[in-house]
Structures are given as C-alpha cells and as structure tokens.
Design a protein around this ligand. Structure first.
Ligand code: AMP
Ligand code: MG
Length: 344
C-alpha cells in the first residue's frame, strides 16, 4: 500500500478514508494517533494489524464534542462529567461503562470504554469531518516509542496505512493520563500530563493503580490498563537509569559509559541541559531542561528513537523528579529501561 503524507489541509480526504473503514494517522496534542471508525469492528481490527498490537489491548475512542460521550458510554457518573467538563478538550482519557453499540473489537473485549476529547485542531477537525468517533492508539509499531512527529509515524507505518496527516511536532509528547471512573473511587491507570494533584483539585481523593506507581516492577500486580502490562517504549539497546546526588550520578554514568566503550560497545548518554557538558564518552544528548519538565516530556520519545537510529548497545540516563509531570516521565523511562534503575 502506498502511504501518503499530507498537510492538515487534506482533512476532507482523510475523513472519507475513515468513513470507508480505513486508517489515518493524525496529530494530537499528546502523541500521533492511528485512527479508525470506532464503531466499525473491521476498521478497528486494521489498527491492531498495522501496529502488531495484542488484541486484548483496548483502544481510546476520540470525540470532538462532549455530547458524543453518550454515543459510546452509559451510566456516566456526576464526577466523570465534572472532570470531562473541566479538563476537555485535553490530555485526559476517562474510562466509562460502554454502550452495547461499541464493538468489543474496539475495547479489547472489555465492557468499559476509554474516551478522550483531544484539543489539537487537526484531530478535532478530522473527527468532525469523518462524522465518526475515532478509535486511536498511538501510531507506533507495538513496543516502539510513541511517535511525536509525522516522520516517526512514517518510520513505523509506511506501506501499512494510506495516509499520515503531518501537523508538525506534537506539543506535550507523552500519552494522556488515564483515569478509571467506573469504580468506587477515581483511579489513575496511567500517569500523564494531567497530574494526580490536578485531578484531586476537582474530585477530592484520587487513587493510583499500584501497578503504575513506584519505581520497581511489581510482579504480582496486574495493571488495570491492559496496555500498561506490556513492555513499551523500549529502545533496542539496554537502557539503565541512575538516580542520586548529581555529582555521583554523573561520575557513575561516565564510569559505566567508559567501561562499555572500552569493551567495544556503542554507548549513549541521556543528560539534561544543565549536565550535558559534564559527560565525556559515547553519544551524548540532552533530553531537556530540569528547570522545565515540559521540555523533557517533549523530547523523551524522540531520544529513545534516536538510540535505535544510532544503534546504541548501552544507554545510560539520568533520572527525573517524580512530582507532577516528572511522575509521568519517570513512569515511561522506567518502562523503557525494563525497570533497570541504579540508586546511589
Ligand atoms: P495508547 O493509545 O496506545 O496509548 O493505548 C491506550 C491505552 O489505554 C492502553 O494502555 C490501554 O490499555 C488503555 N485502555 C483503553 N481502554 C481501556 C479500558 N476500557 N480500560 C482500561 N484501560 C484502557
Ligand atoms: Mg501506545
């Protein structure tokens, strides 16, 4: 199949593809999505095929207007409406009870449905133009870092889908926060740009799924968001995170990087703007500034992809603060590292 990369001026043609049951990759404010008609089981199946995604890993349904919640969900709680009204359009996905009409092929067999209203104008325009609600996971091959540019999507999807809408680099760079609103208490299933504190301002107490909190892999805990149980975001080389006092972290990384370089391996170092100049071996890159965690989120996935482009065997990275957005960043980094963390 020939894959076209088009500008955001081609929404009409893109909408037509979605209506006919085809796939279109499109920009959102979080990462690029791979979209299909959410109510069409065969269309949704194409997403799984293109990504190589396990069929029990459900898709997020994207809507352009809050009234569309009623098309896909039932028995929506007051609190759920509250956060949807407050945070939408934006990087928050809400788990609700699904309506009969939503095929299990979209929800990975679950009776709940994940819903999000993105703020990106091209995403909203595509949903409106297609006159459908659009199921869209991240537009990467399963297991690879999520795409934050149309180029990333092209690397993974060329020849597999008819169209990629290029809306430039995304703003946020990590996936939406997922909060389950079907239980007794709101529960965060995946940390993201909307933090626990932000949700608690609107809802009072919010729980965090034990599978996504903390810094160790919990062997006996099954993640409630099926997608979180898979190894994700991983570069092909071995990524190790190092945390502790800055001086010691830098020394330790320099030492390990030197050791592996001497053994003949290709080595990478992920530093920050503040520390980059203090590393001296391997391919060195800054992921962003510690003074502004938004910059780190924005660059995270392109740095992980870059590790593969350079065919790095070993990658050493500094760790990040775990408050606010830092929590979502460390969650993704730990997964990418297979929870390999050295604490000094
Ligand atoms: P992605 O869009 O690729 O970031 O993947 C969507 C994420 O949402 C995956 O981690 C899914 O497991 C999660 N998800 C989607 N639907 C549900 C649901 N009904 N219940 C729990 N998690 C869900
Ligand atoms: Mg994904």
């Amino acid at each position: 199949m020939e894959t076209k990369i088009v500008t955001t001026d081609n929404i009409i043609e893109a909408g037509e593809i979605i209506r006919r049951g085809g796939l279109v990759a499109f920009p959102t404010e979080t990462v690029y999505g791979l979209g299909a008609d959410a109510m069409n089981e065969e269309a949704a199946a194409k997403i799984y095929a293109a990504k190589g995604r396990p069929s029990d890993n459900p898709l997020i349904v994207h809507i352009s207007d809050i009234e569309q919640v009623d098309l896909v969900a039932r028995d929506v709680s007051e609190d759920a409406w509250k956060i949807m009204n407050y945070f939408w359009p934006g990087p928050l996905t809400v788990i609700l009870n699904k309506r009969e009409e939503v095929p299990h092929g979209t929800t990975g067999g679950l009776d709940t449905v994940a819903v999000r209203m993105p703020s990106h104008p091209a995403a909203r325009a595509l949903i409106r133009e297609s006159d459908r609600v659009i199921a869209a996971p991240s537009a990467n091959t399963s297991g690879r870092p999520s795409p934050t540019t149309a180029q990333h999507v092209w690397e993974d999807m060329k020849g597999k889908i008819p169209m990629i809408i290029d809306g430039g680099a995304v703003g946020i760079g990590i996936e939406s926060t997922i909060v389950d609103m079907t239980g007794e208490e709101p529960m965060i299933l995946r940390p993201g740009y909307i933090t626990k504190a932000m949700l608690e301002e609107v809802l009072g107490t919010v729980q965090v799924d034990p599978a996504v909190s903390g810094r160790t892999m919990k062997k006996d805990v099954v993640a409630k968001a099926p997608g979180m149980k898979y190894r994700h975001y991983a570069p092909k080389g071995k990524l190790t995170l190092v945390e502790g006092p800055e001086e010691q972290v830098i020394d330790q990384i320099n030492q390990m990087a030197w050791e592996k370089t001497r053994q003949g391996y290709r080595v990478g170092v992920i530093a920050t703007d503040e520390t980059l100049s203090r590393y001296y071996v391997g391919v060195r890159r800054s992921i962003g500034s510690r003074k502004n965690s938004d910059t780190i989120a924005t660059h995270l996935y392109s740095i992980l992809r870059f590790c593969d482009e350079f065919e790095l065997d070993y990658i050493y990275s500094e760790s990040f603060f775990e408050d606010g957005l830092g929590n979502a960043i460390m969650n993704r980094m730990l997964k990418a590292a297979g929870y390999h963390l050295i604490s000094l």
